[in-house]
Design a binder for this molecule. Structure first.
Ligand code: PMP
Length: 307
C-alpha cells in the first residue's frame, strides 16, 4: 500500500484513512454514474516550505454550479469546503505536489436512474501528482473520431462522472493509435476540447479558444490563461475553430488543472508551427508555473496556503 492511502480522506461526514473510504456496490452513483467532481492541485514550494491550493474558491463555485445543473442537494458553503480541504492536507502532512478530488455522488441504494429525490454525499481525497501529461515535450494529438457530448445530452459544463465515458473513448483511441491525447470536435463539427483539457491556439499573436457555447467544460485554468494573456497585452478571442485551422495555427496548447500548460507539437501528424514550443505558449506557461508556485505576488489571490 502507498503511504498516501493511510492519510485522511473525507468520507460520509468523517475524516478516515483513504484506504477505508469505500462504497457499497449498490450505490446509485456506481450504477448510473450519478456523480460530479472536481480536480484541484496543490503546489509545494520547497523554498517557502508551504503547500498552496490553486483556485480553491473557483473549484467550489464550479462544484456548486454542477450541483445546480444536475439537481443535487449539495450546497456546502465555501468555508466548510475550505476547512475540509485544509484539514485533509494538514493532517496528512502533505509536502509535495498533489491532486485533490472533491466529488459529490448519489449515495442511496435505490433503483432507477433519476436525479431528484435521491440522497447525495460529498467526499474528498488527495493523491500525489506531478505531471499528468508530459509538459516538457510537445504532445502528439489526434482529432478524435468520437464527437463531444452536447449540452443537451450530458453537459460537459457540469463535470458529470458519466460524461467521462466520452473522454475515455477518445483518450483510449488516441493512445492506442500512438498519439498522446485526443481533440474532440463538437456536435457542430467545431473544435471543442481535449479529453480532460481546454484548448488554445495562437494565430498572428492572437490567442483563440472555443467559447462557452462550444460544449466545453468551463475550465478554471482556461480562465487563468486568458487573464495571464491579458496581463501581457496578448489579445484573446473566444470563437468557433474549424478542424483545419488547428493544422495552420502557429501554436496550439492544452490547459487544465491536470495538464497545466501542455504544448502540442503535432495534430493528425501535421507539425504545428515549426514544431517547437511557440513564444506565446512559452510566456504563458512560464507565468502559469510562477503563479501556481506562489512566485507571482499579483496573482496570490488564487492561492490558499495550507500551512
Ligand atoms: N475539459 C475537461 C473535459 C476536463 O476534464 C478538464 C479538467 N478538469 C478541463 C477541461 C480543464 O478544466 P480545469 O482548467 O478547470 O482543470
Amino acid at each position: 500500500m502507498e503511504d498516501f492511502e493511510t492519510r485522511p480522506a473525507y468520507f460520509e461526514g468523517k475524516f478516515i484513512p483513504l484506504k477505508d473510504a469505500n462504497l457499497n456496490i449498490r450505490t446509485h452513483a456506481l450504477q448510473y454514474a450519478t456523480a460530479f467532481f472536481g480536480g484541484m492541485r496543490g503546489y509545494f514550494n520547497a523554498s517557502k516550505n508551504n503547500l498552496y491550493v490553486f483556485h480553491l474558491e473557483d473549484h467550489h463555485r464550479r462544484l456548486r454550479q454542477s450541483a445546480k445543473i444536475l439537481q443535487f442537494h449539495w450546497k456546502m458553503p465555501f468555508e466548510e469546503f475550505r476547512e475540509i480541504t485544509l484539514k485533509i492536507l494538514r493532517e496528512g502532512n502533505w509536502r509535495e505536489n498533489c491532486y485533490m478530488r472533491p466529488f459529490v455522488y448519489k449515495s442511496d441504494l435505490s433503483m432507477s436512474p433519476r436525479l431528484h429525490n435521491v440522497e447525495d454525499k460529498f467526499a474528498l481525497y488527495a493523491i500525489p501528482l506531478n505531471d499528468y501529461l508530459d509538459t516538457k515535450r510537445g504532445l502528439k494529438a489526434q482529432v478524435s473520431s468520437w464527437v463531444r457530448l452536447s449540452d443537451n445530452q450530458i453537459p460537459a459544463r457540469a463535470k458529470a462522472t458519466g460524461g467521462y465515458i466520452n473522454s475515455a473513448l477518445a483518450k483510449s483511441e488516441a493512445l492506442e493509435n500512438g498519439f498522446d491525447e485526443a481533440i474532440f470536435l463538437n456536435q457542430h463539427g467545431f473544435v471543442c476540447e481535449g479529453s480532460a483539457e481546454n484548448l488554445f491556439l495562437v494565430r498572428d499573436g492572437v490567442l483563440v479558444t472555443p467559447g462557452y457555447n462550444a460544449s466545453i467544460l468551463e475550465g478554471i485554468i482556461r480562465r487563468t490563461v486568458i487573464e495571464i494573456a491579458q496581463s501581457m497585452g496578448i489579445k484573446t478571442v473566444e470563437r468557433d475553430i474549424s478542424r483545419t485551422e488547428l493544422y495552420v495555427a502557429d501554436e496550439v496548447f492544452f490547459s487544465g488543472t491536470g495538464a497545466q500548460i501542455a504544448w502540442i507539437e503535432s495534430i493528425d501528424r501535421r507539425i504545428i508551427g515549426d514544431g517547437k514550443m511557440g513564444s506565446v505558449t512559452s510566456k504563458i506557461r512560464e507565468k502559469f508555473f510562477q503563479i501556481a508556485n506562489a512566485e507571482a505576488p499579483e496573482f496570490n489571490h488564487y492561492l490558499t496556503p495550507v500551512y
